[in-house]
Design a protein around this ligand. Structure first.
Ligand code: SF4
Length: 305
């Protein structure tokens, strides 16, 4: 599998070229809502996982193309801070491009001072905080047993104090798990300690790892955002304008995107810069060839690798 994927249109990051420093699906958690499916290697032990020089070689090649990019984003098939060399990876990307570097993380390893130091080199750090008390944390995030949500929230605040980039917290609410007023009050208290630039409030939109898990309604999500304080906003839709010209290796790019998150025809149209009809035709062929599977979530059809 490629280590660099996209650019993908993202609700928060515009056009984002993804960099994936862990194999699928290696994570400290096994969230019920995860778009990548169940975690196959749940661990809190950091390791080399993917060779950083190989990632940088691939990125160097991709950056030769005339891409419209808003961010290079370290994310992908699990928790990126599990890669021991994430600091060297961020430094290496900085040496290749002026495009801002973002890191999407579940925040669990910010309890480690080395991870805090590494992530302070990024322009944007977007950690998750779905729960701060033990039961909803276990229910929603199904973490490695060594993880303590109170300690994670405290270390997020410590990270924020020394970070000069933009800190965007994301809280995702699952119906009946972390959406009760008591937990929302505790998350708000944590936000006041952390003082992020923004809090992105989200819910289950794409097919989740656990069948039957549901998101909260749009109106409840707006109420939660209001309860979380002035920094909180319900995150917006992806940008409408597409990449300017069709990518040449369309099939591999689509499979690579769908391996990281379920995609719709509209996602592919925007990301690849092709017509809706062409995207639909290619996706349908990929399903016939068993490289992708078609799944329904609510009334929307998604393609997953
Ligand atoms: S949502 Fe993120 S933190 Fe949760 S299991 Fe998936 S990759 Fe890991």
């Amino acid at each position: 599998m490629r280590h660099v994927f996209g650019p993908v249109p993202s609700r928060r990051l515009g056009y984002s070229l993804g960099v994936d420093p862990v194999p699928p699906k290696t994570c400290t958690m096994d969230c019920v809502y995860c778009e990548l499916g169940p975690t196959t290697d749940r661990t809190a032990c950091r390791g080399p996982f993917v060779d950083v020089d190989a990632i940088l070689d691939e990125l160097r090649e991709r950056l030769r193309e005339p891409l419209r990019l808003d961010h290079v984003t370290i994310s992908g098939s699990g928790e990126p801070t599990l890669n021991l060399e994430i600091g060297r990876l961020i430094g290496g990307i900085r040496g290749l491009t002026d495009v801002p570097i973002a890191v999407l993380t579940n925040g669990s390893l910010l309890t480690n001072p080395e991870v805090r130091t590494a992530l302070r080199q990024a322009d944007v750090v977007a950690p998750s905080l779905d729960a701060v008390s033990a039961n909803p944390f276990k229910e929603v995030n199904r973490p490695d047993p060594s993880l303590d949500p109170g300690e994670i929230a405290r270390c997020l605040a410590e990270f924020a104090r020394g970070f000069r980039g933009r800190l965007w917290l994301e809280s995702l609410f699952v119906l009946g798990m972390n959406d009760d007023p008591g937990e929302i009050r505790l998350i708000r208290n944590a936000i006041e300690e952390i003082q992020p630039d923004r809090v992105h409030v989200n819910t289950v939109v794409r097919p989740p790892a656990v069948f039957g898990v549901q998101g909260v309604s749009a109106s409840v999500l707006r109420e939660i955002a209001a309860a979380l304080g002035p920094r909180a906003e319900v995150i917006a839709s992806p940008p409408d304008d597409a990449q300017s010209k069709p990518a040449s290796d369309m099939v591999e790019r689509i499979v690579s995107m769908a391996a990281r998150r379920p995609v719709t025809i509209a996602d592919v149209t925007k990301a690849i810069g092709t017509s809706q009809a062409e995207a639909a035709k290619t996706l349908s062929l990929l399903v016939q060839n068993k490289r992708l599977t078609l799944v329904w979530h609510g009334e929307t059809q998604y393609y997953v690798a």
